[in-house]
Design a protein around this ligand. Structure first.
Ligand SMILES: *[C@@H]1O[C@H](CO)[C@@H](O)[C@H](O)[C@H]1NC(C)=O
Ligand SMILES: *[C@@H]1O[C@H](CO)[C@@H](O)[C@H](O)[C@H]1NC(C)=O
Ligand SMILES: *[C@@H]1O[C@H](CO)[C@@H](O)[C@H](O)[C@H]1NC(C)=O
Length: 498
């Protein structure tokens, strides 16, 4: 293979054949990275060659055989840098080089790729700062530089990319204040600057990011108050301010956040009464107010029907009764001054007035409910019961519940990606991603997650059944909707219908 490359690279195609220049440049990069080249050198075959690759490499070309997409992931290219030859692909729309162990700086020439819409360099060991001319990437929709060792500031010019919908620069060593240019991010939906060393107050312009749906500012050193009109964020669904140095009261305009589902203010210096207007954020499932200086939480919390997780612990001035809706999955309040009055927490908590409730008996209740349930879905249940009797249950792969095939044969052997859902392989025969992790591995991980975060509306735990991972409904009873996964009944989580 090496011999072929040396022999053929730089070959000029004559007589009306479309230039193979992009494929040649790509083969030079592959040579540098030690990746075998599987296309005929000197031709445009790289545009169609991806199906033969041994590695998760995806190349796409446009009609003129110019490369528009390059994805090279999970290759552990030790001691390699981002090759400056990537900057020669003028038509490039998507460049993803995740998790390759790449080091060195992001070459500034990358900002000349003005067609670029997706740039993902996450999970490498990149150092240096974000290129100053980053705003030249004026078509950019998603920029992901997470999990590197980038230093320096959030460049003013980064705030000027009006096309940006997702900005992920979390888990680096970035510092300094956020720039005033933020209000030019008028398409932004996801903004993640978490796990850095940013400091200072959020600039006024932050309040102009009306389109924000997911904001992660956690684990920095941000200061200041949220006393401006936070209600402008009408589509915000997740906000994480955990572990900063924010202070002051939470404005009652928080009630205008009608789409809020997940809010953590933990680990700051917030004070005062938490506003009762929060009840208007009726989809709220997760509320963490722990490690602050709040003096009260409102009784209106009981109107939050979807609330599954509440933590008010370590607020030294907090006392009194916590009024909650029924069936809150996890409640935390480890000071002696707070107890639950009204509502039921599924974990063990202190109740104010009814000491019998202190040992809320999940098991007895589950048995009762189970009896009723089995009448309704008897036939199906009987059928399943037989399967369940068999201890050597087939442990199929989990992705089948999402409609992906399970990996077989050779495709089981190499993990090409791993995300919260588990390990993925690639089936080069069927040309599709496939699942490697088994169902029981994932459901174990998943139930840890769901118990900890409890923000998935897993109502069936109370009935003694696990929550489903997927959303396919097999039966509906008074209790809720049921699925069948890995040969067992499970409750369809409420996020499936949201
Ligand atoms: C970015 O754009 C400016 C203005 O068009 C230009 O002067 C500069 O050279 C560009 N930077 C890069 C790295 O292409
Ligand atoms: C970028 O790569 C990371 C890590 O592989 C992945 O989790 C993330 O979804 C990617 N981001 C985008 C926007 O594709
Ligand atoms: C970042 O740098 C620190 C020390 O400077 C090192 O310990 C760490 O492994 C580096 N992280 C990455 C992702 O390269």
């Amino acid at each position: 293979m090496l011999f072929n490359i040396l022999l053929l690279s730089g070959l000029t195609i004559l007589g009306g054949v479309v230039s193979a220049q992009d494929c040649n440049t790509l083969s030079e990069i592959f040579l540098d990275y030690g990746i075998d080249v599987y296309w005929n050198l000197g031709t445009n075959d790289c545009c169609t060659a991806y199906k033969d690759f041994e590695y998760p490499v995806i190349i796409n070309c446009n009609q003129n055989n110019e490369i528009i997409k390059i994805h090279i992931t999970n290759l552990y290219l030790e001691n390699k840098r981002i090759n400056e030859k990537f900057c020669k692909f003028n038509e490039l729309i998507s460049l993803e080089l995740m998790n390759n162990g790449l080091m060195g700086e992001i070459p500034s020439c990358i900002t000349s790729l003005t067609s670029l819409e997706y740039l993902n360099l996450s999970d490498n060991a990149l150092t240096g700062s974000i290129p100053m001319d980053i705003e030249n990437l004026s078509s950019l929709k998603e920029l992901t530089l997470s999990k590197n060792n980038l230093t320096g500031e959030f460049p003013e010019s980064l705030g000027n990319i009006g096309s940006l919908t997702g900005l992920f620069i979390d888990s680096n060593q970035l510092s300094g204040e956020l720039p005033h240019s933020l209000d030019n991010l008028f398409s932004i939906k996801s903004f993640d600057v978490s796990d850095n060393q940013f400091s200072g107050d959020l600039p006024e312009e932050f309040y102009n990011m009306y389109t924000l749906e997911h904001g992660y500012f956690n684990n920095n050193k941000f200061t200041g108050r949220l006393d401006r009109d936070i209600g402008v964020f009408s589509v915000l669904s997740e906000l994480d301010l955990t572990n900063n140095k924010f202070e002051g009261k939470i404005p009652s305009s928080i009630g205008f956040l009608q789409n809020l589902e997940w809010l953590s203010l933990a680990g700051n210096k917030f004070t005062g009464d938490f506003p009762s207007n929060i009840a208007k954020s009726k989809y709220l499932v997760y509320l963490d107010l722990s490690n602050n200086k709040f003096s009260s939480v409102p009784t209106a919390l009981k109107r939050l029907a979807y609330l599954g997780y509440i933590d008010v612990s370590n607020n030294p001035n907090l006392k009194g009764e916590l009024h909650l809706a029924d069936e809150v999955e996890s409640c935390y309040m480890d000071t002696n001054n707070v107890c639950v009055e009204g509502g039921v927490c599924q974990n063990k908590v202190r109740y104010c007035s009814n000491p019998d409730n202190n040992d809320f008996d999940l098991e007895a209740e589950a048995e009762e409910e189970e009896a009723g349930f089995e009448d309704v879905a008897k036939d199906d249940a009987d059928e399943l019961e037989e399967d369940e009797g068999d201890e050597s249950d087939d442990d199929t792969c989990w992705v089948s519940v999402h409609g992906y095939p399970c990996c077989e044969g050779e495709s089981l052997e190499k993990v090409y990606a791993e995300d919260v859902d588990g390990k993925w392989g690639y089936d080069f025969v069927k040309k599709t991603w496939c699942g490697i992790s088994t169902y029981s591995e994932i459901s174990k991980k998943y139930s840890v997650l769901s118990n900890a975060a409890a923000n998935n509306g897993c109502w069936s735990l109370k009935e003694g059944y696990n929550c489903c991972i997927g959303c396919a409904v097999y039966a509906i009873t008074d209790e809720g909707s049921w699925g069948v996964e890995n040969g067992k009944w499970c409750g369809i989580p409420s996020y499936c219908s949201l």
